[in-house]
Write a protein that binds this ligand. Structure first.
Ligand code: URA
Length: 268
């Protein structure tokens, strides 16, 4: 961007920079300014910039980027080749197809009792989970533990817990559909290998991913669904995510109702 010269000459360099930033010019694309209004060149923008920029280095041929579909296929094959939970954990650690892995500090696989009957599935690690490497260890996780404690269940003995995504989305943003689709083959194999007697989906993201629906968690929660695993039909219930309950405490009443329904089914 070219500045009116009279404005430039009246300003100190620091003030000038500040003025640029306030105008939204916060990135340097060339060593010298270009007056785009005067320049009549027909050359594409990139070439015009490169007039004043260092010569680009010769391009080394690189493999074309794989499409999401190809990456999903790769994930499916890797997941299918795993015959134990530890092999699946190793396969996820090896899988480089999901860009979330690059920004995450840890791959978060599971917590709880792998010999229990119940599998809880959350959304994705948050900051604490990413730092520690285990699911549901932050504020929401503490509330989840308290919720299950009210029906006399704890994660050391009574349930096993994982997430749709093993990597934290930056800034705790909601995972995209593409990210969920990419990690779903690993989660489905996780369910097969764990072979639960009951599945509890924690929050809208896991309900959407596993039930393959756009219906929101408010409508889905508290009802029983079947998860087809070979010949088996595994009872499954979506419940509110504890992070949502921290923001919307008035929904705890419904969450309590859902927990009692789960407990009743386990005892029947
Ligand atoms: N929220 C989730 O869904 N999973 C975690 O592991 C932590 C917070």
């Amino acid at each position: 961007m070219t500045t009116n010269l009279s404005v430039q000459s009246e300003l100190e360099p620091a003030q000038l920079l500040q003025w640029y930033v306030e105008c939204g010019v916060d990135e340097c694309i060339s060593d010298q300014e270009i007056n785009w209004f005067e320049k009549k060149s027909e050359a594409p923008l990139k070439q015009q910039v490169s007039v004043n920029s260092p010569k680009p280095r010769p391009q080394t041929p690189t493999a074309p980027l794989a499409s999401n579909r190809e990456l999903i296929e790769e994930a499916k094959q890797m997941a299918a080749g795993c015959d134990s939970l530890s092999a699946l954990n190793a396969a996820i650690l090896e899988f480089d197809g999901c860009s979330l892995k690059k920004t995450a500090s840890n791959t978060v696989f599971c917590d709880g009792n792998p010999d229990s009957d119940i599998m809880l599935i959350g959304e994705a690690p948050g900051a604490d989970e990413d730092r520690i490497g285990k699911p549901f260890v932050g504020q929401a996780g503490k509330l989840l533990d308290r919720m299950f404690a009210t029906i006399n269940m704890n994660r050391e003995q009574d349930f096993y817990i994982t997430n749709v995504l093993p990597w934290r989305p930056p800034g705790n943003r909601k995972p995209t559909d593409q990210e969920c689709d990419l990690c779903l083959p690993f989660l489905k194999r996780h369910i097969e290998l764990f072979n639960p007697k009951m599945i509890v989906l924690i929050g809208g993201t896991s309900a959407t991913a596993i039930l393959n629906t756009k219906t929101g968690i408010t409508k889905l929660r508290g009802k029983w669904y079947d998860y087809a695993l070979g010949e088996q039909k595994i009872p499954l219930m979506p419940i509110f995510h504890p992070a949502y309950l921290l923001r919307q405490p008035q929904c705890k009443k419904q969450a309590w109702h859902d927990l009692l329904t789960i407990k009743e089914r386990l005892e029947s």
